[in-house]
Design a protein around this ligand. Structure first.
Ligand code: ADP
Length: 398
């Protein structure tokens, strides 16, 4: 089957066409600046060069029309006709408590996604715009919703409840949901395959370290805890998000800087993390590592704080699972930063973890970075959320 995977944001849309049998990517691309001047679509057919076109995209319907045009282009496309696309898999950020796994999209599912939209006001409405645009452009083609939150729905109450009045959970569903679930599920399952042991017999900690970053504890194939919360703001220090802080900081900074609640929340989401800690150098670890190599104090500070927080979560989750067999690093930073991995692993001696320094130098590849006598297997497992979405979609529409 040929599965179109769509990850739709408010002004961007990423897409991949995947052959579900061979799991090959037939083509992939990105629409940027949808609804803004200067819209651009880029498309790379498998084995071909990237094609970049500036085209006005006043809305997502136009973006989807251009995606279809790119995929079916007689010269550079990857399918002859639209009818070759068997199904569409959509990334949906928030499934609330309603969705514990991927589902075929129908009117009821759309309503349920709308109902939880106030938990992810920036994401879910944008995701649904993508669903509706595809429905219009490809009527009758089955579509599947794959939720970032679904994998974490197996967390026990003790992990997902906050120390707040219980009625906030009952009335407003205030709780930990967790995100990046598709990645945590894919990476933990892939790690079991690589190790050659049953998924349901392992205790795995997945460190998804990208621009957004989260850690999860996966025990016997089920997520039992994760660092992101009601929203993706909680947990690790991220690119521009603060991660965990004392909630009193909000009130205190609001007074000091004369900012309203919205203003402080913007700081926590967009001006904090390694970006803020570095003294506004960058949220990108490539820049921070360059700064680190030049002994820039801001870059050194940001990298140390980031890695320290990852180490703390690994320790917490080893405790939560009463042990750990395997620790995986994934996503942009996890796959590409030997420096961050080294700082994390060097503090895990108490778990019997030993880093293979030479293996740790590798970037972007599946590799074991612990020594053969390490008590914990430590690996880099590149994530592949699009493939995971395509797999779920193919399995459901078969
Ligand atoms: P997201 O999907 O959350 O936007 P990614 O998983 O794509 O994030 O990760 C993006 C981050 O990965 C970049 O901000 C950058 O810091 C980091 N990154 C990517 N490539 C490298 C590299 N070669 N070395 C160090 N960091 C890298």
């Amino acid at each position: 089957m040929k599965i179109l995977v769509i990850n739709c944001g408010s002004s961007s849309l990423k897409f991949q066409l995947i052959d579900s049998e061979s799991e090959a990517v037939l083509g992939k691309g990105l629409c940027e600046r949808i609804g803004i001047d200067g819209s651009v679509i880029s498309f790379t057919p498998a084995g071909g060069d990237k094609i970049v076109k500036e085209e006005p995209m006043p809305d997502h319907n136009k973006a989807i029309a251009l995606v279809i045009e790119a995929l079916t282009d007689p010269a550079t496309g990857v399918v002859k006709e639209l009818s070759e696309i068997d199904a569409v898999g959509h990334r949906i950020v928030h499934g609330g408590e309603a969705f514990t796994k991927s589902v075929i999209i129908d009117d009821q599912v759309i309503r349920a996604i709308e109902e939880v939209s106030d938990l992810a006001p920036l994401h879910n409405p944008a995701n649904l715009i993508g669903v509706r645009a595809c429905e219009k452009a490809m009527p009758g083609v089955p579509m599947v919703a794959v939720f970032d939150t679904a994998f974490h729905q197996t967390m026990p109450e003790e992990a997902y409840l906050y120390g707040l009045p219980y009625r906030y959970y009952e009335q407003y569903k205030v709780r930990r949901y967790g995100f990046h679930g598709t990645s945590h599920a894919y990476v933990s399952a892939r790690a079991a395959e690589i190790i050659g042991k049953p998924y349901d017999s392992l205790k795995t900690i997945v460190c998804h370290l990208g621009n957004g970053a989260s850690v999860s504890a996966v025990k016997n194939g089920r997520c039992i805890d994760t660092s992101m919360g009601l929203t993706p703001l909680e947990g690790l220090i991220m690119g521009t998000r603060s991660g965990d802080i004392d909630p009193s900081v909000i009130d205190y900074i609001s007074g000091k800087e004369h900012k309203d609640l919205k203003g402080v929340m913007t700081v926590l989401n967009k001006e904090s993390g390694v970006y803020g800690l570095s003294g506004d150098i960058s949220s990108d670890f490539r820049d921070l590592e360059a700064g680190y190599n030049k002994k820039d104090p801001g870059a050194i500070r940001a990298i140390h704080c980031f890695a320290y927080h990852v180490t703390k979560y690994v320790g917490a989750y080893a405790a939560a699972m009463n042990g750990v067999d395997c620790i995986c690093f994934t996503a942009g930073v996890g796959e590409n930063s030997p420096l961050v991995r080294k700082y994390v692993v060097e503090r895990l001696g108490y778990l019997g973890a030993k880093l293979d320094e030479a293996a740790n130098e590798s970037r972007g590849k599946e590799v074991t970075i612990s020594t053969p006598d390490s008590a914990v297997r430590i690996m880099v497992v590149p994530t592949n959320e699009e493939l995971a979405i395509a797999r779920d979609t193919a399995a459901l529409v078969k």
